[in-house]
Design a protein around this ligand. Sequence first.
Ligand code: SF4
Length: 480
Amino acid sequence: MKKLLIFNSGMPYYEDEIFKDKDYYNNPITCQLTPRPDFILLHSVFNEVFDVDCLDLELELGIPGPTRGCDISSEDFLIKGLDILLSKEFDILAFPCHTSGHYLSSKFFAEEIKKYNKDILIVIGGYHPNNAVDDFLYDDSPFDHVVLGDVYGWMDYIEQYGFDIGNNRVIKSNKDYPMPISTPPHKIPYYATKDTHSVGMYLSKGCLWVDKCSFCAEFKKDWVVISVEESLKLVEEIILHSNPQRISFNDALFGQTSKWRKSFLHGLKLLCDKLEWKGYFWIGTRTEMLDDNDIQLLSELNIEVDFGTDSLSVDMLKIMNKTYQPNRYLNKLLETNKKLVDNKIKHRIYVIINHPGETIETLNQLNVFMEKNIDSFRNKYTFISFSSYIVYPGTLSFSLVEKYKRDYGTIFGDLGWWKRNKNQNFYSRLVFPSSDFILPAFQKEKKKFIGFMKDSNQYSYHLWGSSERNWSYYENKQII
Ligand code: SF4
């Protein structure tokens, strides 16, 4: 049986000093997932046919840069990473190139491996290849095959070609496959010796809104999910064998259909009671999807809910294609926020600023909204965070670059930032969103927003990104 290595080449160029200020990110809930959800999903697909091993350089070496808590330089990351990679034995090197930030390191390691042994087959898939395939098709490219279409591309690749397809370099899947079930980490030798306190996994793929939200790199519109029974069985196996502190369902959109969502949440509650598990779950969804019954079910779990609200400005919500009815959308956010607070459910409201079309007026709308509603956010359960817009290839906003230039006077600092071997974090966000952009005025509005955010988060900050449990769970169970 051939040996296949699933390899995460890391993001050695993605950090920059400018982001040392934690107020900028203010996102303490981000944490390293072990294993990564794409690894355990691909493992289950490859394991049918190959002898599979894994290597995640982000786990081995971290992400270079002071804010990531890792002081290795980009150069040392690559040198040490190559040493580790060469210590492994494999016939096929498979990159799940998850983001554009992984592009340059994938290229580096693939080129080095081909120099070392040209007979090793090198294949790459993931978001970046899917959205920027030409980046892998240059003269003397070391990538033998580029697989498009996420996990389904890989499934098609195996089913149709068995990794033996001659010169047909780009593989695109048009076929519908059922959602594969991830391999639980304890069955993967690579993770057997790792600290799996925070496990990430996918139960579904796809999102109904993919052709809407302008900044999102998700591309599969049909939502496919494993059955509730299979999902619960997988969670149970993970709890019993790995006992993580956190289980994160990293689906682009958790529980798109009401029936599946409610049935799964109900099943989770029964499972937690049965196993007396004290860890917590994480999901990402949209406010308008949760009804009273969902909130009731969530309140019975120890869970954090992340809302990609994406803007609190009526005009920006329209420009970002987030909704056609922004006032209704924001009212629903306030309504849901209140219900979650009343039910003691931790939740994060995530906002993007600086998207093309942003003006002083739209930032002002954001601040007026915050000022008016700050009392609703001053509590233990709401956490607000933001990030600057990143221009990712493959997103709707990337395809609208010329329109944004014309309509708003947007200036993009670097539309090929992922090919730059330094400061990618900075250049990926270097966007002057409109002709209205005057730095001091933007900074003033941004500072004002950070002030509101700090005001709100001072009540909830200590609960996030720590091992502290959702209070609702404990209070409901009368443990405290
Ligand atoms: S931002 Fe969320 S809701 Fe919008 S397309 Fe992406 S995953 Fe779907």
